[in-house]
Design a protein around this ligand. Structure first.
Ligand SMILES: Cc1cc2nc3c(=O)[nH]c(=O)nc-3n(C[C@H](O)[C@H](O)[C@H](O)COP(=O)(O)O)c2cc1C
Length: 184
């Protein structure tokens, strides 16, 4: 098999499919924002830290830079259409949770709400942000995690039944419903 060179700026297209999240934030007026992100990863277990990379002009980034909180919500394929709506461009202050017909739930430790239709959510305080090329790296400290009772199996996400969404690029997604265990 021959290998071809890929434009280096497209490297992330082969670092795929990527777990896809919906980040909820509020602006200083308390108005709610929600948007999907797939540049995300865990970066520390103790303390529990999660990273998201956001284009600086996104309302998500502008909100969390000021209010220093976010909630990371884990969607399933059941709300793929709604997730797509949260990714549309709306004016600052528009609540994408409402626009998508999703349900906002009060968080315990932060102001941004979590999304009821998602499988899990992590309430986070922003630890730091750092310019990283054309994105801003956002690292949040997880203060509280809520998981749907039926979303876990043996302590792991029951992906086969819950069908998390993984982003390939653009409008293309993979449904993560196939489990493989390392052969002995
Ligand atoms: C599946 C998906 C993944 C995305 N991932 C990212 C990402 O990781 N970083 C980013 O800056 N924008 C990402 N976007 C784009 C933003 O979600 C989109 O521009 C959104 O309108 C930003 O909303 P906001 O201005 O309300 O924050 C993604 C969009 C989709 C649909």
């Amino acid at each position: 098999m021959e290998f071809v060179d890929l434009d280096v700026e497209s490297f992330y297209r082969v670092l795929a499919p990527r777990p896809t999240i919906i980040v909820t934030t509020v602006n200083p007026e308390g108005e709610v924002n929600a948007a999907p992100f797939s540049f995300t990863m865990p970066v520390s277990v103790n303390p529990p830290l999660i990273a998201v990379a956001s284009v600086p002009r996104h309302h998500t980034y502008q909100n969390l830079e000021k209010t220093r909180e976010m909630v990371v919500n884990i969607p399933s394929v059941d709300i793929l259409k709604e997730l797509w709506v949260t990714g549309e461009k709306f004016p600052q202050g528009v609540n994408e949770i409402e626009k998508a017909g999703l349900t906002a739930m009060d968080s315990d430790t932060v102001k941004p709400p979590w999304i009821k239709e998602c499988l899990a959510h992590m309430e986070c305080e922003i630890e730091f942000t750092r310019e990283c090329g054309d994105h801003q790296l956002v690292v949040g400290r997880v203060k509280k995690v809520g998981v749907r009772e039926d979303a876990l199996k043996d302590g792991l996400l029951n992906a086969e039944e819950m069908k998390p969404i993984l982003h390939l690029g653009g409008e293309d997604f993979i449904v993560g419903d196939h489990r493989k265990i390392v052969p002995k």
